[in-house]
Each structure stands twice: as C-alpha cells, then as structure tokens.
Design a binder for this molecule. Structure first.
Ligand code: NIG
Ligand code: ZN
Length: 426
C-alpha cells in the first residue's frame, strides 16, 4: 500500500520555485513562493501536489482517504534546510583554544603552534571507528532538530590515507543508517601534517598520487576540498590537488580567502569549483569572476562570528550576481554550532541579506552547492518530501527571532523524524 502524507492548513508554505536546474541569483534570491493556508500531498516520499485544500481534495480524493494527516495551523512549512559545509566527524574539543583566542591569540597562530586543526587531527586519529560514528550520529540528530535534512560532511582530521579513509567510512556507514542525506567530501588537504612541514609539496604528491585514487576507487567521496590559505595550501598547490581530483571524478570545492585575500575566489572561478566557501576576504576581482559562473559562494557567518572576524559581504556578492548559500561550517575550532537558523539571523544582521535571501541560501542554493538541487531544496511536485514545520506565524520569524529553535516537525522522505521538537526515529 502506498504511503500517503497530507499536511494541511499551514499558515504559509514558503519555498523557492523554478531553480532546480540553475541557482537563484540577484533578484531571484529574494523571490519566494508563499502559499497561505497551504496544503501538501506526499506519496511514497515524493511530493505529489502543493496548493490549497479544495483543489487537492478534488484531484486526489482517493489518496486522501488513506493519508496520514498533519494539521499545520498556526505554523509554516519550508523545504528541509540544507547545510552544505561541515566538518562533523571529529573527536575532542578545543575550548582551551577558545579561551586563548579570547585573550588575543589568533586562530592561525594557534594552528602554527601545533594546535587548531592539528589538535583535532590528533584526537580524531586516536578515536576508534565506533566512537566517531556515535559522536557524529549525535551531531546529525541535533542538526535534524534544527531543521536540517541534508548535510555535507568533510574528512580532513586524518591527514594520512588510513585515517582519512576511517573518517570517510564513518560517513558511508551513517549514509546507510541515518535518515539524514549526507554528501561526502574528501579533504585530505585540510592542513599540512607535521611530517611534511619542511616540504609541503611532498604532501601534495601524497594526496594526488596516493590518497585521491583510493578515495575515488572506493567511491567514498563525491567532492574534493582544499584549505587554500596563506600558511596552509598555496593557490598553486590547491589547483594541483583540485585538478587531480577532477581526473578521478571528484568535484572541486575550495576553502577560499577565509583569513587573508589569497586568490582563492579567482581559483574557484577558473577551475569551475561547485562551491567557493568562506570568502571573508575575497577580492573584488574574485567576486566578479565568480559572478560569471554558477559556482555557489557558501558563506559561513558562524565562523566570522566565532573568530571575531569581519563578515563576508553577502550584499555585495548578491548584487554582483553571485549565487550565495549559507552553512554552519560546524567544527570544533572555528564554528562549534549546529544551528543553521542562527546562520540565517547572522546573514541578515551581519551580512546585509534579506530574510528571503537567507531562506533561498539555506535551501535551494545550498542544494546546488552539493549538486542535489534536482531532488531537494524546494517544495515542488516530483521532489523528495523533505520539509520543516516551524512553530511561527510567518517566515520572517526565521531570521527575526534568534538563538531559539522554532522547529516543530521535520519530515524526511515523507516520514516524520522530529515531532514537537523531539527526535522520534530510532
Ligand atoms: N578553515 C579550515 N577549516 C575549518 C576549520 C576547522 C578547524 O578549525 O578545526 C573551517 O572551515 O573553518
Ligand atoms: Zn570548513
């Protein structure tokens, strides 16, 4: 028997439409379809109809006879949120470094002294598979509670073939067992390990010749990411790693211009990366170059907030024609959060975005940043039935209230996974 779900009476159904092929840019980033008193019909995990109660009842009488019904009166429905940039698989924590930063030490100085990413790498290398699996699963559960139904996760706290594979295998296991959709990214190029400190190019060789072929052969990742930053990987090394990944079918992503302007945005445009992420310090030329592409600029305002740095200029980027997405960058050092709605608040308050733009940035454009826009990121017939029901009267509350969680219900592939703000799958 078919599995039918009917959501009715939503004060608003709020979604992007018509951007499953190409991302929303410029004015389109402000456009949302808003259906008042909206209803939604789902069959076997796929959206069948969106509209008003009367027209859906007329066309789908049979379906409604056996449907599970959710009354969303007083609430709104959005697409499941998409978090397209996270470092969720790690062990340990870095609260002592946080205190050091509060006292004036910089993120990069801590990393250069062997802390930062290196500290998390040591903790992650010693953690066994089961521990990493359990800890990451808990983080995925929390993301669902905040309305995220699809997430990207990077490796990058292994920095040896064996340890990177361990992280990617944890992702593969979670892809099988958790309701969250997960996109996997190989990020062996997250830091230069101690053993290659004197000759970083040797590590680039190791990544391109020894790691990438195995990761690709075992089909453990779809994307390949590099931390292109002064003191980490140069633009030239980044290009080598990303071009090598392409030859193995891995799609390039890049951590670009996070701490200093370094040509990362320009490189992303040249190699046609699917996303260029961070961009706090992107040059005007870099932004102009990205505006001519469909590369998604994934902005991570939690990182600027937590590193007490200047925020990326989303307003300038959107006005220039860049497709912007938002993400948590969830990780233990530069952005220890699991709240994508808080990124939407920061998008408005610190990066000049409108509430409408933050919704498109956390749904359809985020889906484009991980190549999933044909199946998720909007509420349109034929797409996967991933929704969030928020307990708010209209969508402005999503970026107006901050530091609160208004998620009431989360539906993943037509199944309820969060109800009354609590996880209900096990
Ligand atoms: N900048 C590089 N990587 C992460 C931080 C990882 C960490 O500090 O552990 C980021 O995107 O912010
Ligand atoms: Zn990152």
């Amino acid at each position: 028997m078919n599995d039918i779900l009917y959501i009715k009476n939503a004060d608003q159904i709020v979604t992007s439409t018509g951007h499953s092929e190409t991302p929303a840019k410029k004015e389109a980033m402000r456009q949302l379809q808003i259906i008042e008193n909206g209803c939604l019909l789902v069959e076997n995990g796929i959206i069948l109809a969106v509209g008003d109660d009367q027209s859906i009842r007329q066309t789908y009488t049979q379906h409604l006879n056996c449907a599970k019904i959710i009354d969303a009166k007083g609430k709104i429905v959005t697409p499941g949120l998409i978090d397209p940039h996270t470092h969720l698989i790690y062990a340990g924590s870095r609260e002592k470094e946080y205190v050091m930063r509060l006292e004036g030490k910089s993120y990069m100085d801590i990393m250069k002294a062997g802390g930062g990413i290196h500290a998390t790498t040591r903790a992650t290398q010693t953690a066994d598979f089961q521990t990493l699996y359990e800890e990451t699963k808990r983080r995925l559960d929390t993301l669902l509670l905040y309305g995220v139904t699809t997430v990207e996760i990077k490796s990058g706290y292994g920095l040896t073939l064996e340890q990177e594979l361990k992280q990617l295998e944890v992702i593969a296991e979670l892809q099988k067992s958790h309701p969250m959709d997960i996109a996997a990214t190989f990020m062996g190029a997250h830091a230069i390990p101690e053993r290659h400190k004197e000759q970083p190019d040797r590590y680039v060789d190791e990544i391109t010749e020894e790691m990438l072929p195995v990761v690709a052969e075992r089909k453990l990742a779809e994307f390949n990411d590099v931390f292109c930053e002064k003191g980490v990987f140069t633009p030239e090394q980044s290009r080598r790693i990303l071009e090598a990944g392409k030859t193995y079918g891995l799609i390039p992503k890049i951590h670009a211009d996070e701490i200093e302007p370094y040509g990362g945005a320009e490189l992303a445009a040249q190699i046609e990366a699917i996303s260029a992420d961070h961009l706090l310090k992107a040059s005007d030329q870099g932004i102009q170059a990205l505006a001519k592409t469909n590369t998604i600029c994934v902005l991570l305002p939690g990182t600027a907030f937590f590193l007490m740095a200047d925020f990326a200029d989303a307003r300038k980027m959107i006005d220039a024609g860049v497709a912007v997405a938002l993400s948590t960058d969830s990780n233990p050092g530069s952005s220890p959060t699991l709240s994508l709605p808080f990124m939407m608040n920061l998008g408005c308050l610190k990066m000049g975005m409108t509430p409408e733009e933050t919704i498109n940035a956390a749904t359809i454009n985020a889906a484009h940043a991980i190549g999933r826009a044909k199946t998720v990121g909007s509420i349109e017939p034929g797409k996967q039935a991933d929704f969030v029901i928020f307990n708010v009267p209209n969508y402005l509350f999503l970026s107006y209230h901050y530091g609160m969680n208004h998620v009431d219900t989360v539906i993943k592939r037509g199944k309820i996974v969060v109800e009354e703000g609590k996880t209900i799958f096990r």
